[in-house]
Ligand binder design. Structure first.
Ligand code: SF4
Length: 326
């Protein structure tokens, strides 16, 4: 039986952090055996928040190396750039005729983005973001899209566009479903709910042990626990949430000793740093391999783009045929 298809993507923002791993990458790695995966490097989407493209290529390579080092297998899942497969923008143009401006304005993700990024003037690219995303997904006939709760409205728009096209011209596209696996979110080192490069509160997948230690030393903890002996509240401490992910076996003991005061924050942080570094060690080793073999990385990208392009061209041939524009 043919495997179901998944389209998942990230905007190339450079080296990834452990929040990316927990929030998406770990899940993609698990899914790559069960489904036929396509991994999109959404470099056109970057333009919605930054028009300066000087770093996009290097950020793409850095992200790709992290994908590979963390365990994504290019033989199972092609990895490719949106900008190198022109069918993405071609399909977006057709799809932009199938949805009203009013519907896109009602998209709650647009409202969140405008609020979070303090956007004063909404550009067409913001409004059309889910239309390009629909093209990204449907070009590869994705059956599922692994997303967090916040992205579900975009999948709904994709389903509406697929339905509208199929009704108007004949069936080409599946109506993809969101694949809502439990997306854990790691808090940032400064206590923010989310790890984010722009907030400078991350631990990168490429951070060496000394860097991880230095970053954790500065991490915010329970403000009422000033010194060893004070009773702590692990449920409000971000270091404890890192322990939950990277050091699950010691959770009962850390929780007990934090509450009783027997455990001090410095020791707890250094223990956490060492567990995170043990987790990162094989990723960093693999990363070094790819950094020393950059031609292999470029070949993986070029091979992924060939495979992605072939799929995209097949879909567009079907689209044109149904539209009698072949
Ligand atoms: S002892 Fe550990 S879990 Fe408790 S507040 Fe300090 S860093 Fe957080």
């Amino acid at each position: 039986m043919q495997k179901k298809r998944i389209l998942s993507g990230m905007r190339p923002t450079g080296k990834l952090h452990i929040g990316h791993y927990v929030g998406a990458l770990e899940n993609w790695i698990k899914l790559q055996d069960e489904y036929q995966n396509f991994h999109l490097i959404a470099d056109y989407h970057v333009l919605t928040t930054d028009l300066n493209t000087d770093d996009v290529y290097q950020n793409t390579i850095d992200m790709l190396i992290d994908w590979l080092a963390a365990g994504l297998d290019p033989n199972k899942s092609p990895m490719f750039r949106q900008s190198q497969i022109k069918e993405h923008t071609e399909l977006q143009l057709i799809f932009s005729m199938l949805i009203t401006v009013h519907r896109l304005e009602r998209n709650p993700t647009l409202k969140d983005q405008i609020r979070d990024l303090h956007i004063k003037h909404t550009i067409y690219g913001h409004l059309g973001y889910p239309v390009l995303q629909s093209a990204d997904i449907l070009l590869y006939k994705g059956d599922f899209v692994p997303v967090g709760e916040d992205q579900v409205p975009h999948v709904e728009i994709t389903r509406e566009i697929a339905r509208k096209f199929n009704n108007q011209y004949g069936k080409v596209f599946p109506e993809p479903e969101p694949l809502l696996t439990r997306f854990a979110r790691l808090p940032g080192l400064n206590g923010d709910a989310k790890m984010s490069k722009s907030l400078n509160n991350t631990i990168l997948l490429s951070d060496e042990p000394g860097v991880v230690k230095a970053k954790l030393k500065k991490a915010v903890t329970d403000p009422q626990k000033i010194r060893k002996g004070d009773h702590g509240h692990p449920e409000i401490c971000l270091v404890f949430s890192y322990h939950k992910k990277f050091n699950p076996d010691e959770i009962p003991e850390i929780e007990k000793d934090c509450r009783s005061g027997e455990l001090g924050c410095f020791d707890c942080k250094m223990n956490c740093a060492s567990k995170i570094s043990s987790f990162l060690e094989p990723i960093i080793d693999k990363r070094k391999y790819y950094e020393d073999n950059m031609n292999e990385v470029k070949d993986i990208l070029s091979d992924g783009e060939k495979k992605g392009r072939a799929e995209a061209q097949n879909t567009m041939a079907e689209v044109r045929e149904k539209m009698k524009m072949g």
